[in-house]
Design a protein around this ligand. Structure first.
Ligand code: F6R
Length: 265
């Protein structure tokens, strides 16, 4: 796991966008897994800038989103569908036919989830999956106690997540109690994973998933078993890591290697 620690949210967003853009440029028909929430907003803003100013081309991408609130349609302003178009897809040249976001109004949810998994496979699997992390250590909506081998399915949200996400709704009662979410097993099949976290509120979850044991109580900890994970943290989110200085040290060395590689190409 590569842990990159940067000064603040702005730097985290720029570093994340740089990595995503590198993936898109090296494989224009990449399959990208997107996340929603507050964390990646700045990253998406930077990707929009790169599209407008540097011609970053989204036209050949296929996309899959991690999750969607169950019960919310695509036009609901708090739906993840709405969020993705508002924050990214409406501002870049992505092909809407290649965008996949779980259907919060699916009638036959089991059938829908099975198909979603099949579509990911048909697209060749996810090349790069972007993730945030919940304060309870969740990735997508895999709340504590979720199977670490879980697949896309209907999940019930933890009280902590409902409280955290209430900031996007008028009142807490409006937050949906269920979501359709990729499982930990689905996420682990992505070829590369990029997890972002900022702010002090994430510091415990970050320390637990990077340095603690692999446990279904912190579902992000399953990422320790993935061969290609990059984590970008701001100083506040990294503040409870015991080996913070070590991660900074090795990151510098890796960057040096990358620079040498790039200049020799
Ligand atoms: C969103 C998602 C969630 C969020 C997590 C953090 O698609 O799957 O796991 O990444 O809840 O949310 P924020 O970024 O709002 O702190």
């Amino acid at each position: 796991m590569r842990v990159i620690i940067v000064k603040d949210y702005d730097e985290m967003s720029k570093e994340a966008a740089r990595i995503i853009a590198k993936q898109i440029r090296s494989k224009p028909d990449s399959v990208i897994g997107f996340a929603t929430g507050g964390t990646p907003v700045g990253t998406y803003k930077e990707l929009v800038r790169m599209h407008k100013e540097e011609g970053l081309d989204f036209s050949k991408l296929t996309t899959f989103n991690l999750d969607e609130y169950y019960g919310l349609g695509p036009d609901h302003p708090q739906s993840y569908h709405y969020y993705m178009f508002e924050n990214l897809f409406n501002h870049v040249n992505v092909d809407p036919k290649k965008v996949h976001i779980p259907d919060g109004l699916a009638k036959n949810v089991k059938e829908f989830c099975k198909k979603y998994e099949e579509e990911i496979k048909k697209a060749g699997g996810i090349d790069l999956q972007i993730l945030g992390i919940g304060r309870d250590g969740h990735i997508a909506f895999n709340e504590p106690g979720s199977s670490l081998a879980s697949r896309t399915r209907l999940v019930a949200l933890a009280p902590e997540t409902i409280k955290d996400n209430a900031r996007f709704f008028e009142k807490e009662e409006d937050v949906p109690r269920y979501a359709i979410s990729m499982g930990c097993g689905t996420i682990m099949e992505a070829k590369k994973i990029l997890l972002l976290a900022n702010g002090e509120g994430k510091a415990d979850a970050v320390a637990a998933f990077i340095e603690g044991p692999i446990t279904s109580q912190i579902t992000a900890s399953i990422l320790q078993l993935h061969p290609d994970v990059t984590v970008i943290l701001d100083e506040a989110a990294a503040s409870k890591l015991k080996r913070k200085e070590y991660y900074k040290h090795v990151d510098k060395l890796y960057r040096k290697l990358e620079e040498e590689e790039e200049s020799s190409n």
